[in-house]
Design a protein around this ligand. Structure first.
Ligand code: ACO
Length: 436
């Protein structure tokens, strides 16, 4: 961390002793005020539920400029990565800090490819779930269960263990997501195929059956690969912070990633792609484009609790760059499948146009986020709506594990332990039950 010459001085209106706090500069983004010694110096904590102004860690992985609508993985703009690289190159970049050269790419791809099978006993674990279980319920269980199978990679203090756990997680997530899907539709699990790409293999495990040959469509393969790249990391979002906090206790990486899966499930986070598509279905059912005005009115009514799902973001106060790329992919996929006139896509475009011109959304800087279009793409590929968030989890696994390994590799890391402003009862005595 590079200390600035300027210091922040905290003064108190009651004449208490002012304290100087160091300021650090990152390579990009706002400076931070170091308050680690604040409690020792003043006996006070800071209060910031929701982390509105708090940097929870140092990181060199992903940078977002929310005002500009810019997203960089290890310095590279997401637009360049999505256009010039594939998902496994992006994984290499996030994990090791650099894009691979041809030899490194071949080696990394080979390693990931040769870790895609899961222990055969996973099938029996799956059988314990009801057939109508939500895929995220299944994924939370399956990912946590991996720790019971790989005792040789659960020691997070060992860098070799951390690396192999990262590879295993990236390699096995598609297999687990496809298994969760096949289980719910009652079809046989399809084993991974090593001659296919990461995205191609996932399509094969999802949609092939043992009865006939399945041909991977290059357009759909590329679209899925792009979905994976766009969701690969997003700095200190809720699920990543969950993974860091969970992992900070020294728990094994599979357990920490399972915590991330659980957090991602919520509709304010990864569950938004499912919620966005369901919202489009509801508007469609109610009458389609003609009903947009009525729907927007409900969204603006504070008492309705209706939100425009796939809109708004804690960090982006501009168009989410991933949403632009996803809209482009959406057109490509619908074109490939002959669905150019897809009513949901038309509805989404009309809704976006109206919202972007509406004072409510303009004044709050609410723009489409990545989830606004990703659901339409996934639905067109044939992915059922409840599986959307599981696919997000698959893609985000690399970000989670890269961030977890970065934290554990930092010699200064400590268990995460926030403080609180206590507003409950002061100390009191227990009365005998007859006197309560
Ligand atoms: N629809 C309608 N109003 C909204 C929306 C929305 N989607 N998002 C925010 N607002 C309003 C809020 O009501 C608030 O209005 P107010 O100032 O009048 O009270 C204002 O905009 C600011 O929003 P906050 O909720 O304070 O912003 P916050 O940063 O806490 O929330 C969040 C961000 C959770 C993403 C929110 O925008 C949201 O719920 N969006 C819909 C769900 C969604 O798409 N989530 C996906 C996020 S991206 C991802 O995880 C990949």
């Amino acid at each position: 961390m590079k200390a600035s010459d300027t210091k922040a001085t905290l003064s108190f209106s009651n004449g208490g002793q002012p304290v100087d706090l160091p300021i650090y500069k990152g390579t990009l983004g706002p400076d931070v005020i170091d308050i680690r010694k604040l409690y020792a110096q003043t006996g006070m904590f800071t209060y910031d539920p929701g982390f509105m102004s708090t940097a929870s860690c140092e990181s060199a992985i992903t940078y977002i400029d929310g005002d500009k609508g810019e997203l960089l993985y290890r310095g590279y703009p997401i637009e360049q990565l999505a256009t010039n690289c594939d998902f496994l190159e992006t994984c290499h970049l996030l994990l090791y800090g650099e894009l691979p050269n041809a030899g490194q790419k071949a080696k990394f791809t080979d390693t990931v490819t040769h870790h895609t099978m899961v222990n055969e006993q996973m099938q029996f674990f799956l059988r314990g779930f009801r057939r109508d279980a939500h895929p995220m319920a299944i994924m939370t269980g399956l990912v946590g269960a991996l720790s019971a199978f790989y005792h040789d990679s659960t020691d997070i203090t060992n860098p070799k263990h951390r690396e192999i756990a990262a590879v295993r997680l990236i390699a096995k997530m598609p297999t687990l997501v496809a298994m969760a899907y096949k289980y719910t539709v009652g079809q046989p699990y399809m084993y991974p195929r090593n001659d296919l790409s990461y995205a191609g293999n996932f399509l094969h495990m999802m949609f092939a059956t043992p009865c006939e040959e399945y041909k991977v469509s290059p357009v759909l393969e590329r679209a899925l690969d792009r979905i994976f790249i766009l969701h690969a990391d997003h700095e200190q979002n809720a699920s990543t912070s969950t993974v860091r906090l969970c992992g900070s206790s020294g728990t094994n990486p599979f357990a920490a990633i399972a915590a991330g899966v659980a957090c991602l499930w919520g509709p304010a986070h990864g569950g938004a792609n499912e919620a966005a598509l369901n919202m489009l279905y509801d508007i469609q059912k109610a009458g389609g484009v003609d009903k947009i005005g009525e729907f927007i009115k409900q969204v603006k009514d504070k008492n309705s609790n209706v939100k425009l799902m796939g809109f708004g973001h804690r960090v982006y106060k501009n168009y989410d760059p991933r949403a632009k790329l996803m809209q482009e992919t959406c057109r490509e996929v619908l074109g490939e499948l002959g669905l150019e006139n897809d009513p949901l896509f038309k509805l989404a475009m009309a809704l976006e146009k109206i919202a972007l011109e509406d004072e409510y959304f303009v004044s709050r800087k609410l723009y489409p986020n990545v989830d606004f279009y990703s659901g339409i793409v996934q639905r067109a590929i044939g992915i059922p709506v409840p599986l959307f968030t599981a696919i997000f989890a698959l893609a985000r696994t690399v970000g989670w594990i890269a961030q977890l390994n970065e934290m554990i590799g930092d010699p200064d890391y400590k268990i995460g332990r926030p403080r609180q402003l206590f507003e409950g009862s002061p100390k009191r005595d227990v009365k005998p039950i007859s006197a309560r």
